[in-house]
Design a protein. Structure first.
Length: 464
């Protein structure tokens, strides 16, 4: 018996390796089977719209976790996995995506990015909206904070795609759609943008409405910059239409005879009432500066720069606001250019000649009233006279030959006196100036043409 017991103690430990081998064989056969069944189950769900889908295998049993967007879709997903060949049992851990009321979608734009938030009804819908935003807002960061929920109104995608196009027209702002009600606020990127957004909203799908559209137009800005270094006047910003555009450029050419006009103006809606009547005198004030900038924003005229002398700065500050239409505001931030170095009489004469060869002092037709367009030229003549304080100056008036000799002589005398008076109002001593009228006795061009007559109507400065 003792021998039999010793024999039995020797054979049973040999079963342990056999057991291990059996478990390994069973495991090695199960792993490929589970992987194959998981792939089959995944393929069965390929045409089903689910979110956060997860398939776990326990032999031939499937644990299915997913978020479905309808009860029909959820049941269909479970049944398709259950019908997969080789699957014995489906443990159903699916659920419905939460329903939200009201169903809200939002797009918010700041200086650097656009943030999309709220909800979309399906993953494909969300992807489509994000792609549309990135295409419409090329170069702008699009931040995705869109969730998924049930309860979207009909034609949700159509409405949101139209609203995404409007975000591109905003400089900053927010668009919200709550069920089928839309609200907008912010600042349009360009003039006319507010009107373009309002027009586009008329194409919202049936049933949708705009509860509030608080999109504002950007300031209506016109700007003129005078640069003495490049001898240019640069016009930029907006004008109401092509007719006003042409009139402004023509006026600038008359007021800034020495400068090259760089025209970067654009025609756009949104100009404040009285725009053209305000820009004209504002440009005239700028023409009197050595260097300066004019900004017309809505109904405010802001002028900054250097006047040529003290009296000119005081005159501009006093008269700028008076020349504007009612309801407009003027701000003049002016300094005075330091006086230029004195010159002798010969140089002074040459400076006068140079100024009057490029522009002429204008008067109202057949009258001695000085045209305001000549204010900038007259200020430069005053500045030149200040540089030769010891010189006396003859101001000589000439006319064309349209009138009688007596009438021409009288008109030329009155115009010469008007110029002398303008110069003395700047603080120059009246004794330095003598006004002389020569009528039409010394023409420099043919009086048979308008161009020739215009050359003959002139004021000359003669330094003595």
């Amino acid at each position: 018996m003792r021998g039999l017991y010793r024999w039995s103690n020797k054979w049973w430990p040999g079963l342990i390796p056999l057991a291990i081998l059996f478990v390994f064989a069973a495991w090695s056969n199960t792993v490929p089977l589970e992987a194959e069944l998981a792939a089959r189950a995944g393929a069965a769900l390929k045409g089903t719209v689910l979110d956060k889908t997860r398939i776990a295998m326990d032999g031939r049993d499937v644990l299915l976790s997913a978020s479905a967007f309808s009860e029909e879709g959820r049941l269909s997903a479970v049944s398709q996995v259950a019908a997969t060949p080789g699957v014995r049992l489906v443990n159903d851990n699916t659920r419905l995506v939460p329903e939200t009321k009201p169903f809200v979608w939002t797009a918010e734009r700041d200086v650097v990015r656009v943030t999309l938030s709220g909800n979309a009804p399906l993953p494909g819908s969300k992807a489509r909206l994000l792609d549309a935003a990135r295409a419409s807002l090329s170069g702008t960061e699009v931040v995705d904070r869109i969730g998924l929920a049930r309860g979207a109104p009909p034609r949700f995608d159509t409405a949101v795609l139209l609203l995404i196009d409007q975000i591109a027209k905003l400089k900053e702002g927010k668009i919200t759609m709550s069920d089928q009600t839309v609200t907008l606020a912010g600042m349009a990127r360009d003039l006319g943008g507010r009107e373009a957004i309002a027009a586009a909203l008329k194409n919202l799908p049936e049933g949708y409405s705009v509860a509030s559209n608080a999109v504002m137009a950007p300031p209506y800005v016109f700007q003129a910059n005078k640069d003495p270094v490049t001898t240019t006047l640069t016009l930029s910003g907006y004008v109401p239409n092509n007719d006003v555009h042409a009139a402004v450029v023509t006026a600038a050419g008359r007021k800034f005879a020495n400068e090259k006009i760089v025209d970067n103006l654009k025609a756009s809606i949104g100009a404040p009432s009285g725009f053209a009547a305000a820009v004209g005198p504002a440009l005239g004030a700028l023409s009197r500066l050595s260097t300066g900038t004019l900004v017309v924003s809505d109904r405010e005229v802001k002028l900054s720069g250097d006047a040529l002398y003290d009296v000119a700065a005081a005159q501009i500050r006093e008269t700028l606001g008076q020349s504007l239409p009612q309801g407009w505001v003027a701000k003049a931030e002016l300094s005075v250019k330091p006086p230029a170095s004195p010159v002798d009489s010969t140089v002074c004469q040459q400076l006068f000649n140079d100024l009057l060869s490029k522009a002429r002092i204008r008067f109202e037709p057949t009258k001695a009233a000085i045209d305001p367009d000549s204010a900038g030229l007259l200020d430069r003549l005053i500045q030149t006279a200040q540089r030769c304080p010891g010189a006396n100056i003859d101001i000589i008036g000439h006319t064309d030959g349209d009138g009688t000799s007596e009438a021409d002589q009288m008109l030329s005398q009155q115009r010469a006196e008007a110029v002398a008076e303008y110069l003395t109002r700047s603080g120059l001593p009246a004794r330095r100036f003598s006004a002389i009228g020569l009528g039409s006795s010394q023409p420099v061009a043919d009086n048979d043409s308008e161009a020739g007559r215009a050359q003959n109507r002139r004021i000359e400065f003669l330094v003595r």
